[in-house]
Design a protein around this ligand. Structure first.
Ligand code: WT7
Length: 572
């Protein structure tokens, strides 16, 4: 079903005229918004926190935090001092220096933000880990990055295989009554005593800032490195896409373990001096609506899977809360269904603005802007300064309405700077003629709107989280009953896709529901809950190429009752 376009609602938006701005925009002009354009001294944390603490925003609330047990507010001035303290702990107790990898493995709490920004103030590279990661996932990431320091909590520290990580020198545990032994140190003990004064480590614009591990269709997760220069795009997209203004109360629902939770949960809002709401705990429709009411949220950035769950909870519950402060809603992570946009317009009286980007792109690239008509189902149009095209497999640009590879002209400010330890992988993202190839297929219509069609590769997007089938398959075959495994994404109305595993059992094992559950739990405990297959199907044998590669597209075709396509490379 094609929904009619939702026209712009007149308003005083930061971006007034998309088409005109796209023609005249230059990234160079954005640089004057940063103090380094005059001083030459660069540091993301300085621009996000300290600069405001030294300005009229000194006593403005920067962070509002809510969990089951805590309800706290911090001004920019307090954030400056608390992030300085965290930096001093990392420096004095663990010798953290510029370029060191400092990983953060904890649920959302104010300390997560102090430690992250504190590490950045030292010029360290921060590696955020999602709290649901289990031992295998934690080990892979700390090992590949040779992390020197980890900040975690008493609940999670048991998932860190300390003995197998020789490069890991210090583990700070954030909690009450932490016993110190071996590499473990009590973070809060030193944090309370630490000085709130610090000489920030100035860095180069292209020095490392953050390392996000993400999954592809082959191999282990890879470390996508972003640099301080990304702030240029975080700032400007915060201004024009999030449309942040001085009085906004902004809420990004993503965890900093994913790139949305750092680029748009830390950097973009604070570079713009906005008040940022952070909520811990689990998703529930009532808790989410309550958050909007209680904090008076005005700008809300979330994901299709969450909107679909809210939609599923019904309209009755929406009416129990005062959501009248909301003025701007955005979405990212997967295709935003036209039906969800229609529902959002009905219950919130607002258009939900889809945005497209990836871990590798560091910031939003294709968006729906408040000043622009929305075509429901479309990702929108390229951000000013960004050249997007649909290209064929040789990198030739295709005309409108032709499906092909969604590609971006190399060199935007927040583009990843490297894949950690893997220059070949980095190169493989680019065509020789300078296009970055996203792995998504899409087309552009005659009005310049882009429409997502699917992934070119086998990467699974489940509830907005990216899962590499290879990683799940590798874990599955560690289970004694599993001989071979092939993993695909199966379309699901709420989660976008769910993970389905096809498994061939080893001799001596019989298919059963108990075994399915045991295998599910095995992945859940070894990798992460969101990576565990929701569906398992046992089969005699998996379709493979003659070189032994599992043909996931054939599994997918079986699952969806579609033609399997070219089978010439398949073994008998
Ligand atoms: C993949 C990137 C950037 C944070 C979210 C996930 C899919 C992202 C959209 C959208 C359709 C989308 C793409 C992309 N995706 N946004 N608006 N419409 N698909 O980041 O984990 O790096 O995943 O998410 O397939 O390649 P990520």
């Amino acid at each position: 079903m094609q929904l009619e376009a939702l026209p712009t609602v007149q308003g005083d938006y930061n971006l007034k005229n998309y088409e005109e701005t796209y023609k005249t925009f230059s990234w160079k002009d954005v640089e004057k918004n940063f103090s380094w354009s005059e001083t030459g001294r660069v540091n993301m944390a300085y621009e996000a926190i300290d600069r405001h603490a030294e300005s009229f925003r000194k006593n403005k609330v920067a962070l509002m935090y809510l969990s089951d047990t805590r309800n706290e507010k911090y001004t920019f001035y307090e954030m400056k001092k608390l992030t300085n303290k965290a930096a001093n702990v990392l420096k004095e107790k663990a010798g953290v220096q510029k370029g060191d990898r400092v990983f953060i493995f904890m649920p959302r709490s104010p300390e997560l933000y102090f430690a992250t920004l504190g590490a950045i103030k030292l010029g360290a590279i921060v590696g955020p880990l999602f709290e649901a990661f289990m031992e295998g996932a934690v080990k892979d990431r700390l090992e590949d990055s040779k992390a020197k320091v980890l900040v975690t909590t008493p609940d999670l520290v048991g998932r860190v295989p300390v003995d197998q990580l020789p490069a890991l020198e210090t583990i700070f545990v954030v909690g009450e009554n932490v016993g110190e032994e071996g590499k473990l140190l009590d973070f809060l003990k030193y944090f309370k005593e630490a000085s709130d004064k610090l000489d920030i480590e100035w860095v180069g614009r292209n020095d490392g800032l953050i390392l996000h591990y993400t999954s592809g269709s082959t191999g282990k997760p890879k470390g996508v490195l972003h640099v301080h220069n990304a702030m240029i795009q975080h700032y400007q997209t915060g201004k024009w896409v999030l449309d942040l203004k001085e009085d906004d109360i902004y809420w990004c629902t993503a965890d900093p373990g994913w790139v949305t939770g750092t680029s748009y949960g830390i950097f973009a809002p604070w570079l713009n001096g906005a008040t940022n709401v952070v909520v811990g705990g689990r998703f529930s429709p009532a808790a989410w609506y309550k958050t909007i009411e209680q904090f008076g949220v005005t700008v809300w950035y979330s994901a299709p899977t969450s909107f679909r769950m809210l939609m599923g909870a019904g309209n009755e519950i929406v009416r129990q809360y005062d959501l009248s402060t909301l003025r701007h809603i955005l979405s990212v992570g997967e295709p935003l269904n036209p039906e969800v946009i229609r529902w959002g317009n009905e219950v919130f009286g607002l258009r939900i603005h889809d945005t497209w980007w990836m871990t590798e792109t560091g910031a939003q690239l294709i968006c729906n802007y408040p000043c622009m008509d929305i075509k429901p189902g479309s990702m929108g149009k390229p951000f000013p300064g960004i050249k997007v095209a649909i290209v064929d497999d040789q990198g030739n640009e295709l005309p409108p309405n032709r499906m092909g590879n969604l590609a971006i002209k190399k060199g935007w400010p927040s583009m990843m700077a490297a894949i950690w330890n893997n220059p070949q992988k980095y190169e493989s993202y680019f065509f020789p003629n300078g296009w970055y190839v996203s792995g998504d297929s899409a087309y552009m219509d005659e009005d310049g709107y882009f429409w997502f069609q699917g992934r070119v590769d086998d990467v699974i997007m489940t509830s907005g989280e990216r899962v590499g089938p290879f990683e799940v398959e590798s874990k599955l075959i560690e289970h004694p009953a599993v001989a071979e495994a092939g993993v695909i994404g199966k379309p699901d109305p709420v989660r976008g896709e769910i993970i389905k595993a096809f498994i061939a059992l080893r001799g001596g094992y019989e298919p059963s529901n108990e075994l399915k559950e045991e295998i599910r739990q095995f992945v859940k405990k070894g990798l992460a809950a969101h990576a565990a297959p929701r569906e398992i199907e046992f089969c005699e044998k998996l379709p493979k190429t003659r070189s032994g590669k599992i043909m996931r597209r054939v599994l997918k075709a079986w699952e969806l009752n579609l033609p399997a396509g070219d089978l010439s490379t398949m073994e008998d």
